[in-house]
Every structure is written in structure tokens, then in C-alpha cells.
Design a protein around this ligand. Sequence first.
Ligand SMILES: NC(=O)c1ccc[n+]([C@@H]2O[C@H](COP(=O)([O-])OP(=O)(O)OC[C@H]3O[C@@H](n4cnc5c(N)ncnc54)[C@H](O)[C@@H]3O)[C@@H](O)[C@H]2O)c1
Length: 332
Amino acid sequence: MRVLVTGGAGFIGSHIAEQLASEGHEVIIYDDFSTGSMDNVKHIASMGNVKVVKGDILDLATLMHAMEGCDAVSHQAAQLEIGSAIKDPVTDARINIEGTINVLEAAVKRNVKKVVYASSAGVYGEAVRLPQDEEHPKKPSWPYGVSKYAGELYCLQYSQFYGIKTCALRYGIVYGEREWFGRVLTMFIKRVVLEKKPPVIFGDGNQTRDFIYVKDVVELHNILLEGDYGRDFEAYNVGSGVATPIKDLAELVIELSGNALEPLYENPPEGGYSSITGRWRIPKELRNLQLDVSKASRETGWKPRTGLREGVEREIEWVKANRERWNVKERV
Ligand SMILES: NC(=O)c1ccc[n+]([C@@H]2O[C@H](COP(=O)([O-])OP(=O)(O)OC[C@H]3O[C@@H](n4cnc5c(N)ncnc54)[C@H](O)[C@@H]3O)[C@@H](O)[C@H]2O)c1
């Protein structure tokens, strides 16, 4: 197949592009390099079947040109910073909604048969039941969840009107090699492993998150991209199904670091800053996130294979060899 991956120079997109290319597919990485980088893809960019195109998903003409002859599109490009979305919901909506419409529009005009769309568990908002299945109420806590959900609804529209197959993957917290710096696991790893300082936990540490290793995400993504899924649009949760308390995550990172440290607890107000790390605390932080992934397992046979310990070990190994990648301003 010839597959265009929007956001292919980003964290998840680069793993998707790498796996598709290694299976022999022709891959076009389409990215504006706003948060993505050549560091993520230089090891595959020289492969004969990979092409990198610098372009914006808001530029329909360039997008259509790049999509010429494609069989499928993986749409990973997005504005995904929750803080930026709160401060500037219009820009968030433009990139995530208008950008997604452009991707779908170009796909129809280029006779592409399948679009797999990167959605987010952020479409649900605070959990009213656990684990959250795909029918869970959609009451996003932030504009980012609204724009991601709107993207799904446009996928549905394009399936209904044009017969293009579309699947949305509602990712939990994806982690692994090449993760960008800014979220809780990266904060813990940077402080504990690289700086030998105690991790700082907001609140009581009993808040839970569903962490899913990036290569497990790619496996399900590629099953959906290559197989006969999404005739009438389908959404799938992509998580481990495991609710990990943040204090357990901190303990795991400490243990793997081999450094004898005790976590620090702090309770900055919503929208306030940590006095220890300077980190911003997002408003409406979720109490729990645990995804029910039985739909994806039932329909595709997929199962997450990588346990949190093994995946975090791999991320730590990667960052130890690539310290400079996290010498950046944190993304919020
Ligand atoms: N990382 C997670 O845990 C997570 C969770 C839920 C959903 N998602 C979704 O997964 C997708 C990938 O996220 P990621 O973590 O790899 O982020 P990332 O920032 O590493 O990747 C996003 C990529 O999109 C590119 N991009 C942004 N705006 C663009 C534009 N206008 N035109 C072209 N390219 C553009 C960026 O340069 C970057 O390479 C996003 O759609 C995000 O909303 C991620």
C-alpha cells in the first residue's frame, strides 16, 4: 500500500511510519514539523520506500498533492496541548477540526479507501463509570477533547456520504521511545533517572491513568489500516485496560532508576504552578482514566502485549541515550 501519515514526524506517527515501512509499504510522512522532528524519522527517511513532505494539514492543495496515489491515510497530526487549547481554543479547533476535514476532503478527492484517525480518551471527560467503554458519555473536560471528538464526527460524515472507511482510535496515555517531554511519566523519568531528584506528585497520588506502550498502539492501528474495518465509521479505545495510580507510577520509576528516593507530594490549585518544579497543573485534571479495550480485542484479536514495567524500562533506555531530546521547554 501507499500510506500517507500526517504527523509522521511526531512521537506516535513516527512509530506508525517505521512499522509500515518495515513491512514494505510505501510511506509518505506529511508533517509541518511544529512539534515533530527529523530526529524521530531520520533512521527511516533514507529507506527507499519513505518520503518526507513538509506541509501543513491546513494547506489543502499541498495535502492533496502529497496524497496522490495513496491507498490509505493515517491522520496523527494535531494540536494536542491541553493548556494551549484552553488558552486558544480557536487555533486548537482550526488544526484539529479544519485540519481533519482537509484530510478527509483530500482523501475523498484522491480516492483513498481508508482513513485511520488519532482520537483521544479525552473525548470522555471525567469517568462516570470504570472502565470506560466506547459508549461512555462524551463530556470533554477541555477544548482539546471537543476538537478531537468533532474530528471523529467528521470521519463518520465522510463514511456516510462518500463510503470511505474510517476508524478512530481513542488513545489512552501513550508512552515509549521518542515520547515528547511534558506529561507525568516524562516528568518522573527526567527528575528521578536523569537528575536523581524525587518525583513530585500532585494531590494524593491515587488518581489513575491508563498507560499504553506505543508499539501496542501501532499494532492495533495497522490491523485497522490494513483490514476491512470502518465501513460505517468505528471508534476503538486503545489502552492497556489497567488503571495505574500515579503514586505507583512514581514508585516504579524510582525502582527502575536504582536511586533511593521518596516521592514529594504537592497540591497546587487548578491552573496554578508547582513551587518545586514550576510545572503547571491543568484545570479539571481527571480523577480516573481506565479504558475498556474489549471492543478492539473482540473485533480484531488485538491485545496489548507490553506491561508497564517493560515499556517504562525501554523509554528510560531511550532517554538515557537521547538526553538532549528532553532539554526543552515542557509541553502542557
Ligand atoms: N501521545 C498521547 O498519549 C496521545 C493521547 C491521545 C491522543 N493522541 C493523539 O495522537 C496523535 C499524535 O500525538 P503525538 O503524541 O505523537 O504528538 P506529537 O506532537 O509528537 O505529534 C504530532 C505531529 O503532528 C505534527 N503537526 C502538528 N500540527 C500540524 C499541522 N497543522 N500540519 C501538519 N503536521 C502537524 C507535529 O509536527 C507532530 O509531528 C495526535 O493526533 C494526538 O491528538 C496522543
